[in-house]
Design a protein around this ligand. Structure first.
Ligand code: ZN
Ligand code: ZN
Ligand code: ZN
Length: 381
């Protein structure tokens, strides 16, 4: 466990979470492998059918947190940052029922009795959730985000640093993309080069590689196909991965292979101005939906409103998509430390474009973690 780990995953967070459990009126949190467990302990546990579960009772419940792990996962748990938290690790054998083990410990301590409320990780598998419901039939099961959302949505200084590192890594990949976009190559070939670079530039894994050329660029979540890139194509490249820190990158640039169609150049400029306006709208106190409106207004004014049919952005951190969502109807005020994408797009049909940066709300404005140029990059052919 390095000092960097402890800055990102501070050991005192477990105590803060137990306080949040109490304050949100829950009796206990049950966190299985995924972003919630990693956020609280730093442990990136393997999601398996065998149960790994962090149990965090409300502060002052009389029961300390404990981590239930399959016997064969015990060394991995001990070696993870969770092993340095002074947390009781409770291994279970292949023939034990780990759900019953947890239910028994809760019952013995009088935590989460029949009229209680249990928070379960938002991404808990149905397989696990239904097993818990069988062994704990009384208490109400609610989402753990009831307790964790307020913490996870506002990034600490160390988390912002981790997002900057992720942003710089994906920027270095984008800087290489023009060299791979050549007429005659397929989207899949370009995607393979990008995937290799995502890891080479410091990510632990590739999360997605969207290379959407020509008409495919009009489909925002098109991934890769065997389509051959042609001269005159606009190509939307939206890529991201997860860093060893656990924090994610996500950045879109649109490239032109040779001279793009004239109408494309017109709306690309509109899009670039809209993305800039939306970033500039970011500051504490402004509603999330106002950032969406700031992106949408210039696009609509230029007559392209019907071609911008998705929300402007999503929060990012340990997950690529998390709160806050930058969408009409979300009146939640932005606060320092919130991190999210600003990614308007215009998808006319024969082609399309999107520009995406990850932005952090600061004390008095915004900071972009992606800084690779947003000018249209025309690749010479
Ligand atoms: Zn998306
Ligand atoms: Zn993206
Ligand atoms: Zn995104």
């Amino acid at each position: 466990v390095t000092t960097k780990d402890t800055a990102l995953y501070p050991p005192e967070r477990l105590k803060t979470v137990a306080d949040a459990v109490r304050e949100s009126g829950l009796d206990v949190l049950l966190l299985t492998p995924g972003p919630d467990l990693r956020y609280v302990t730093g442990y990136e546990a393997m999601p398996l059918e065998r149960l790994t579960c962090l149990v965090v009772p409300a502060a002052d419940s009389g029961l300390d947190p404990f981590l239930v792990v399959p016997r064969l996962e015990l060394p991995a748990a001990q070696a993870s940052p969770a092993g340095a938290l002074g947390l009781e690790l409770v291994p279970w054998e292949e023939t034990d029922d780990p759900y019953l083990l947890i239910a028994g410990r809760l019952a013995k301590a009088g935590v989460a009795t029949a009229d209680g409320r249990i928070g379960v990780s938002d991404r808990m598998w149905a397989l696990t959730l239904l097993s818990f419901r069988d062994r704990l039939p009384g208490p109400q099961l609610v989402l753990a985000s009831v307790a964790l959302r307020g913490m996870r949505i506002r990034k600490s200084a160390a988390e912002v640093t981790a997002l900057r590192e992720a942003g710089a890594a994906i920027d270095r990949v984008h800087a290489q993309v023009p060299g791979w976009l050549r007429p005659g190559r397929t989207e899949r070939e370009v995607g393979a080069d990008i995937a290799e670079a995502i890891v080479a530039e410091g990510h632990a894994r590739v999360d997605f590689t969207i290379v959407a050329s020509g008409p495919n660029a009009a489909s925002p979540h098109h991934e890769l196909s065997g389509r051959v890139i042609e001269a005159g194509d606009a190509v939307v490249v939206d890529i991201g991965g997860t860093m060893p820190s656990g924090y994610c990158s996500d950045c879109t640039r649109t490239y032109a292979v040779g001279r793009p169609p004239a109408e494309f150049a017109v709306y690309y400029q509109v899009l670039k101005d809209a993305q800039e306006a939306a970033c500039r709208a970011v500051k504490p106190g402004i509603a999330a939906e106002q950032v969406d409106a700031a992106a949408r207004e210039p696009i609509t004014r230029a007559g392209f409103g019907e071609y911008f049919f998705h929300r402007t952005g999503h929060g990012i951190g340990l997950e690529t998509h998390e709160d806050p969502y930058i969408v009409a109807g979300n009146t939640e005020p932005l606060a320092p430390g919130m991190a999210f994408s600003v990614e308007p797009g215009i998808y006319t049909g024969p082609h399309g474009a999107r520009i995406e940066d990850i932005v952090v709300c600061t004390d008095d404005g915004f900071e972009r973690v992606n800084n690779v140029t947003r000018e249209l990059i025309v690749v010479d052919v």
